[in-house]
Design a protein around this ligand. Structure first.
Ligand code: HEM
Length: 496
């Protein structure tokens, strides 16, 4: 491993810190009001939903969803993704090499008789942070430094990781072999957040979604991934396109995990914390179906660039195709959000970004359009659907679309009781599951590669952050901490 040298660009943040040692400004909203608690959303009790009156977070999220302006018309290169499913990379821009270390998006759009259902997940069962209050900052540290315009910026990354120990679990997964899949076909997918199923009686259970690849899980070594990035930056895109065109259709089996309300109340870890998995030994995978990719898009821009996935696109009604649940002995009729704090923030963010990126009528684009749509929205940029002269106000006596009694009956009545408060959720047990992953899931050679991969990203950062990382990962396993410390000592870089 070559020893990376820190240069002026790498020191951008240290330089800033030096120059601003005596600054005492507090955080403000975009309109200048001081913010007292930055890292927790305003929920009704610890597990309550987030309140719309949390204007501090809406202010930040609405800005975050508008951070990017459209790509340039020349010099912007297309990349991955498919028909009603779209695979992606969290941090890289259009044209970034496919084979970099990152989490991959795994999003699927279902066109059902009762509307669109989007399952917008990742190729990992857990995420770095659990309160959406932290999401914009977390994405910032994965992306370019706004001054140097370079990425990764190792100081930004390790600073945030080590200040928020709930990132430990996903960080370990990202630096394991799974951080660079060999292809989109050879990775599993996960809904990651916790959702709820509602049955015909309006009672509900919590659930998680899983896609298991029938092509197996195959990953690339860091060295091979680097070589491929130079040779074929579109490696994953090419693989998927070619497989589908040659009728070698990739498929995934679809499973759910189910947790009853009673089980949720007694569970030893928070079932709504997306930095944790639900243990398969306690909540087994229940098979429900299969998903095959058998068609490439005919026009990439129309079907992929314009697709608008949204975790708030949920189907509330019972349909003939609903899922039989062996635990509750009933059909699971509709899908609802759970109090998962990250999911609560996502419910707002996606439509907000689509209205900005694709226009207020993005849902009328063919790729996003449900089979039927009758409502009281009218006009705006990009209107296509006329609604046939139906009244544009409700209630009305002129046979405009009416409320659906079935959907009404299925909205679960939630008993909420709690104090509306910002409670930082970062200090729950962040290490037990990380330890299980490191010690029980990974084999010895996989642990060795994990440490080498972590050192590659840790070596270029400052000594202070290296020490903090060693301390944090020692909480997972003393041996892991010791090996990181020794790796850093023997290959220590020289600070500028
Ligand atoms: C509050 C937290 C989050 C916010 C604000 C957020 C926001 C966004 C935004 C703005 C986009 C771009 C959408 C577009 O322009 O089409 C996006 C895409 C995406 N997000 Fe999130 N996200 C959050 C959390 C998550 C989490 C936890 C996951 C994984 C479980 C996830 C998975 C994805 C995926 C897969 C895509 C790509 C969708 C596609 O292929 O069209 N996001 N997110």
């Amino acid at each position: 491993m070559s020893v990376p040298k820190r240069d002026v660009a790498a020191n951008q943040l240290s330089q800033f810190a030096k120059e601003h040692q005596n600054d005492k400004e507090s955080i403000t909203t975009t309109f200048g009001a001081p913010v007292g608690e930055k890292d927790a959303s305003l929920t009704v009790g610890y597990h309550g939903p987030v309140l719309l009156q949390d204007w501090v977070l809406i202010d930040e999220l609405a800005h975050f969803t508008r951070e990017r302006i459209p790509e340039r018309v020349v010099h912007a290169k297309e990349r991955v993704h498919l028909g009603t499913s779209r695979f992606s990379q969290v941090a890289g821009e259009l044209g970034y090499p496919d084979t970099v270390r990152d989490i991959r998006g795994f999003a699927i759009k279902f066109y059902t008789d009762d509307g669109i259902w989007d399952l917008v997940g990742n190729n990992q069962p857990v995420f770095f942070v659990k309160d959406f209050a932290l999401f914009p900052s977390f994405i910032h540290v994965m992306k370019r430094n706004p001054k140097t315009h370079l990425r990764p910026d190792y100081d930004m990354f390790w600073d945030m990781i080590t200040l928020r120990p709930e990132t430990t679990h996903t960080t370990l997964i990202m630096f394991s072999d799974r951080g660079i899949p060999n292809s989109y076909r050879q990775m599993h997918g996960y809904g990651t957040n916790t959702y709820a199923f509602v049955n015909a009686q309006g009672t509900f259970v919590y659930c998680k979604f899983h896609w298991r690849s029938n092509q197996g899980v195959v990953n690339l070594s860091s060295e091979e991934a680097e070589r491929i990035a130079g040779r074929d930056p579109d490696y994953h895109t090419r693989d998927l396109y070619n497989a589908i065109e040659s009728a070698d259709y990739p498929s995934w089996n679809f499973y759910i995990q189910v947790m009853t309300l009673d089980q949720a109340a007694k569970n030893s870890y928070d079932p709504f914390d997306d930095t944790k998995v639900w243990l398969h030994s306690e909540y087994p995978l229940i098979p429900v179906g299969r998903f095959v990719l058998n068609k490439n898009p005919k026009n990439y821009f129309a079907e992929i660039e314009q697709i608008g996935m949204d975790p708030a696109h949920l189907v509330p009604e019972r349909t003939e195709k609903s899922i039989w649940c062996p635990f509750t002995f009933s059909y699971l009729a509709g899908i609802e959000p759970s109090p998962d704090r990250m999911l609560q923030g996502r419910l707002f963010a996606y439509a907000d970004t689509h209205r900005y990126r694709l226009g207020p009528n993005y849902i009328q684009l063919p790729v996003n359009s449900p089979f039927k749509m009758h409502n009281y929205n009218r006009d705006g940029q990009g209107t296509v659907i006329s609604q046939g002269g139906a009244p544009n106000y409700h209630p009305n006596t002129f046979n405009g679309p009416h409320e659906d009694v079935r959907a009404k009956a299925l909205s679960p009545a939630l008993a909420l009781n709690g104090i509306a408060k910002r409670v930082d959720s970062g200090n729950d047990d962040n290490f037990t599951q990380s330890r299980m992953f490191y010690k029980n899931v990974l084999k010895a050679d996989e642990r060795n590669r994990l440490i080498t991969n972590m050192l590659t990203w840790l070596l270029p950062t400052t000594v202070v952050l290296q020490e903090r990382a060693v301390a944090m990962f020692s909480n997972v396993d003393q041996e892991l901490g010791r090996r990181l410390r020794e790796g850093l000592k023997t290959r220590q870089h020289v600070d500028l």
